[in-house]
Design a protein around this ligand. Structure first.
Ligand code: HBI
Ligand code: FE
Length: 301
């Protein structure tokens, strides 16, 4: 996601464990027995904190998926067991990687219904922020939605689309769709188009205590109806809360998106200006128009 950095890099730093593994698909052994008591404790702290916060804030599908995974608060999940549960429901698997993997490797995994999850867990002094996806973000944030059949298909389609977008030189545009849906998406629960009807489904929000509160309750960010062409033109922040969240009305909306021919959309997007993260356009359907106070001290550029 590095191309889009508004400030410094978040994705793109060195992998948690160091260099490139020998495996061409970058997978490593999870080495579950090697986690220390302190590492399991970091998991427990994060798991309990988000477990309390998310009911009523994450969408029903997320909460249901999380529940069916029957994760243990006391232990970092074992990917073998996790994959058994997941494979039975949607045919997905979780494989361990050292951290960020190259785009093509990432897409190839998704296209084959394998979710590459960071093997390492953040340090106790990084509970609220870290640079790279670790096992808490990847498992707690992403895997519950992979239990949902429609969402599971969308993720696979994103992998297929990513491989294609790479060849077309429009990866940055597709990455924005991923960012504003899979990572930072909001959804209208029960078709209520108002601020208090919004729920979280994006993993980057769901795995962050502070962003859960910011994305739903803060007066600073904009919350705008999702539109694929609009999102493809919109830059994003990778090292801070989002200035704008995009809202879908249901997961069918993502699935429709998954199999459309992006070719004509890419062509249109190429000829248009990029949109800065905090901007609301006259053509947007804004559910809430933010004050911008958090990022701009209330002043709009
Ligand atoms: N690798 N492990 C991992 N996790 C990601 O979310 C990820 C990645 N590599 C590339 C990537 N994401 C993005 O740059 C693509 O979605 C464009
Ligand atoms: Fe993620």
């Amino acid at each position: 996601m590095g191309e889009d950095a508004v400030k410094s890099e978040k994705h793109g730093a060195a992998a948690g464990d160091g260099g490139k593994p020998d495996n061409p698909d970058w997978t490593i052994d999870q080495g579950w027995d090697g986690y220390t008591a302190a590492e399991h404790h970091v998991w427990k702290t994060l798991f309990e904190r988000q477990g309390k916060l998310l009911p009523g804030r994450a969408c029903d599908e997320f909460i249901k998926g999380l529940g069916s995974l029957t994760l243990d608060a006391d232990r970092i999940p074992d990917f073998r067991r996790l994959s058994d549960v997941l494979a039975k429901r949607t045919g997905w698997q979780v494989v361990a990687v050292p951290g960020l993997v190259p785009d093509e490797v990432f897409f190839d995994h998704l296209a084959n219904r394998r979710f590459p999850a960071g093997q390492f867990i953040r340090r106790p002094d990084q509970l609220d922020y870290l640079e790279e996806p670790d096992v808490f973000h990847d498992v707690f944030g992403h895997v519950p939605m992979l239990m949902h059949p429609v969402f599971a298909d969308y993720m696979q389609a994103y992998g297929v689309g990513g491989l294609r977008a790479g060849k077309l030189g429009v990866l940055a545009n597709l990455a924005r769709v991923y960012w504003y849906t899979v990572e930072f998406g909001l959804i209208e629960q029960d078709g209520i188009e108002q601020a208090d009807g919004l729920r979280i489904y994006g993993s980057g929000i769901a795995s962050s205590h502070a962003e859960t509160l910011f994305a739903l309750d803060d007066t600073s960010p904009n919350r705008v109806r999702f539109d694929v062409e609009r999102v493809m033109r919109t830059r994003y922040r990778i090292d801070d809360f989002q200035e704008t969240y995009f809202v879908i009305q249901g997961f069918d909306e993502l699935l429709d998106l998954a199999w459309i021919d992006f070719g004509p959309i890419y062509d249109r997007v190429k000829g248009q200006r990029e949109i800065e993260p905090g901007v609301v356009l006259a053509t947007d359907r804004a559910i809430t128009r933010g004050t911008g106070a958090y990022h701009h001290g209330g002043k709009r550029a």
